[in-house]
Ligand binder design. Structure first.
Ligand code: ADP
Length: 431
């Protein structure tokens, strides 16, 4: 029997029987800007060749250009936070907002979950202004907490304006740019992300969402947390990342006191700052039930633990499972690692059969979304014919059950961005 047999109907039924699913704390507006090299003209800036030459945030126009040039010339994606209001205003004046699109891990997950018959998907959006509210899909099972309780974002927004934006500067292979009088050609289509999000960089859990979730904890079965990748080591008011994480832990404790059965998932995402990443690893891993990440993220964690990250990037399954075993302490009893072609799931005390079906469903969803650009449940069945390239494996080591799950890979994807969010969220809520 195939790993994928009967999985579509199973997933639909499972979603129908679900309780409320909460998503926080990272919903933003993405502003898509196609870089027009003609408009940029000649740049008089040294070309950073190495990541160490990149500033860790954008504090002036030169920092911005350095980041953009690095991505452009090397063809590698890069994300930097904008660290000053003046630069934010300068970028806005120079490029405008670009094309607005819904972004952020939580909003992406919401978008990926609402097409399925889940009863209620509750997403944290702050500040909830008209611009971001109108970007959410018009689904009956999508909610925010507004002044009058649960509502669709479009009925609950408060005022207008763009207070936070993640600019995505896109460039395509073959496009050229002039730097110091010399022409450089972009080797690979890619993007440079410059994020302005001072309101959410502290990962604050605000009312009315906060009190609603505590008061209605009994109705919520799953809570997916993300947004650490935009946090800072130290904030201008002197608060530190450790202080902010302690505040988050207080909220989680308040919720768990009301409903000890609620499962918490941490979606890692690309946390570039060392101190932030280590704080998340040390203070949060053991307090969450589940963790989701890709090979780049796990390679950073491995490096933080004193291992070589390269084996992880090369998808050496033995190394991957060894690092995962080391981080599974305290409450952390489920780790879902995703790569192109397979997932590696590590479990302690879980219903293996439903976990496997959830992975299969997530794999079909990712493949279908990659192929068509957005989720369409009707088209899942066509993904069943896409061949898998790995062999299924299952083994046990030191009380941890490992599953190497072969996934569906579509050859010419229409999109790849945000697929990780779809994979992790479906795997967790259905499993
Ligand atoms: P993002 O942060 O953009 O979501 P991730 O690296 O977290 O990126 O997730 C990307 C995942 O999407 C891969 O690990 C892989 O499982 C899946 N994926 C990527 N390309 C394809 C494809 N062509 N077909 C099916 N799945 C894909």
């Amino acid at each position: 029997m195939s790993l994928y047999d009967g999985v579509i109907d199973w997933g639909i039924k499972r979603a129908q029987n679900s309780k409320m699913i909460a998503l926080g704390f990272h919903s933003v507006i993405d502003g898509l800007v196609k870089v027009d090299s003609q408009k940029i003209g000649n740049l008089d800036i040294p070309i950073p060749r190495d990541l160490s030459e990149i500033p860790d945030s954008i504090k002036c126009a030169e920092d911005f250009w350095k980041g953009l040039i690095f991505s452009f010339v090397n063809g590698s994606a890069l994300q930097l936070m904008i660290g000053s209001k003046e630069v934010y205003e300068w970028i806005m004046k120079t490029f405008g907002t670009g094309t607005l699109r819904l972004g952020g891990t939580s909003a992406n997950m919401a978008k990926g979950l609402v097409p399925f018959p889940f009863e209620k998907i509750l997403v944290y959006v702050y500040p909830l202004k008209k611009e971001i509210a109108t970007l959410f899909p018009n689904s009956k099972n999508l909610f925010v907490v507004g002044k009058k309780g649960l509502d669709h974002p479009i009925n609950a927004y408060d005022g207008e304006g763009i207070d936070a934006i993640h600019w995505i500067f896109e460039f395509s292979e073959g496009q050229s740019i002039t730097i110091n009088g010399k022409t450089y050609t972009c080797p690979r289509s890619n993007r440079f992300i410059a994020s302005w999000n001072p309101v959410n960089s502290k990962l604050e859990v605000r009312d009315p969402f906060k009190s609603y979730v505590i008061d209605h904890a009994e109705e919520i079965s799953h809570f997916l947390v993300s947004g650490f990748h935009i946090m800072q080591d130290i904030y201008p008011d002197g608060e530190t990342i450790e202080d902010r994480i302690d505040e988050l832990l207080k909220f989680i404790k308040a919720v768990k006191d009301k409903n000890s059965k609620m499962k918490f998932h941490l979606e890692f995402a690309s946390i570039r700052r060392d101190r932030v990443r280590k704080a998340v690893e040390e203070k949060l891993f053991s307090r969450f039930d589940s963790l989701g990440l890709n090979e780049v993220e796990l390679s950073w964690i491995a490096r933080d633990m004193g291992y070589d990250g390269k084996d992880i990037l090369n998808l050496d399954v033995e190394r991957i499972s060894r690092v995962i075993s080391k981080i599974m302490k305290g409450n952390l009893s489920r780790v879902h690692f995703h790569a192109l072609g397979f997932y590696l799931l590590a479990l302690r005390n879980y219903d293996l059969e439903s976990q496997k079906k959830a992975l299969a469903f997530a794999s079909l969803a990712a493949a279908q979304r990659a192929m068509d650009g957005e989720i369409n449940l009707e088209r899942f069945k066509y993904m069943l014919d896409v061949p898998e390239k790995y062999d299924y494996k299952e083994w046990e080591e030191k009380g941890i059950h490992f599953v190497l799950f072969p996934t569906k890979v579509v050859p010419y994807p229409k999109i790849t961005v945000g697929l990780g969010d779809t994979i992790s969220s479906l795997g967790f809520v259905l499993g």
